[in-house]
Design a protein around this ligand. Structure first.
Ligand SMILES: *Cc1c(COP(=O)(O)O)cnc(C)c1O
Length: 230
């Protein structure tokens, strides 16, 4: 069900509010706001809600799970070929084939085994989604991502293999100041020559923009709270 309040104006207004905040943050550090992309995170959201965002000219989306994304975006991408879909959740190697077929950007490349499988699928399908390497900046045990100390070598290995590596992605620990993690990711990006940085969510995207985010991943601030029961 689409919430009746969430008509086209609702999404247009939410996008405007978020864009204005991004603009203020970007300008406060002398950045061009136009280099920052809003990824609308649509996990648990309906096709109808996504269509409403498309109708107000939004075109960049993020999903966490391959199967859920297929259910919505296989059809949507046929109807709207200029959509850009990012995978922002953990990718199992047995879903690599479907992920390569559907996504335009894989943000969660985080281990050598996955790099191998992705490359093989890309060659097979001759489809080359851009890749971001997920860095576990907080070295959290339960979290995916390559460890900070191992990141430079992993980036280099992936490049040597021929993978289209374009950026870095991180999800800071919930109980820490995200700024430290954003600053770290930017510094790492500089060191390894990757300018695209996917960092910042509904609660901290303005901070992320000040620290160089080129992609912010926004769910709740656009759609309201998620309902996992549906
Ligand atoms: C769900 C999710 C988001 C969006 O979170 P919000 O707080 O709703 O903006 C961003 N990034 C990742 C990796 C997510 O899983």
């Amino acid at each position: 069900m689409v919430d009746a309040k969430k008509n086209d104006t609702y999404f247009k207004e939410q996008l405007e509010v978020i864009s204005e905040r991004i603009e203020v943050s970007a300008q406060s550090v002398g950045r061009n706001p136009h280099e920052i992309n809003i990824i609308a995170v649509t996990k648990t959201r309906s096709i109808a809600e996504i269509e409403k965002l498309i109708s107000v000219n939004h075109r960049i989306f993020g999903e966490n799970r391959v199967q859920e994304a297929q259910g919505k975006f296989l059809k949507l991408k046929e109807r709207f070929p200029n959509l850009e879909l990012h995978l922002i959740g953990h990718l199992q190697t047995n879903k690599a084939k479907d992920a390569i077929a559907l996504f335009d950007v894989i943000e969660t490349l985080d281990r050598p085994k996955l790099a191998k499988v992705l490359l093989k699928e890309m060659e097979k399908q001759d489809r080359w989604p851009r890749c971001f390497i997920q860095v576990n900046t907080g070295a959290e045990e339960q979290k995916a991502g390559v460890l900070p100390a191992e990141a430079p070598a992993f980036v280099e290995d992936c490049r040597k293999m021929g993978l289209p590596i374009e950026g870095l992605m991180c999800i800071p620990p919930v109980d820490e100041d995200p700024a430290i993690h954003f600053a770290f990711l930017r510094e790492l990006g500089r060191r390894v020559g990757l300018e695209q940085l996917s960092m910042g969510m509904s609660g901290d995207y303005e901070i992320a923009v000040r620290f160089g985010a080129t992609h912010v991943r926004i769910g709740t601030a656009l759609f309201g709270p998620r309902d996992y029961s549906v």
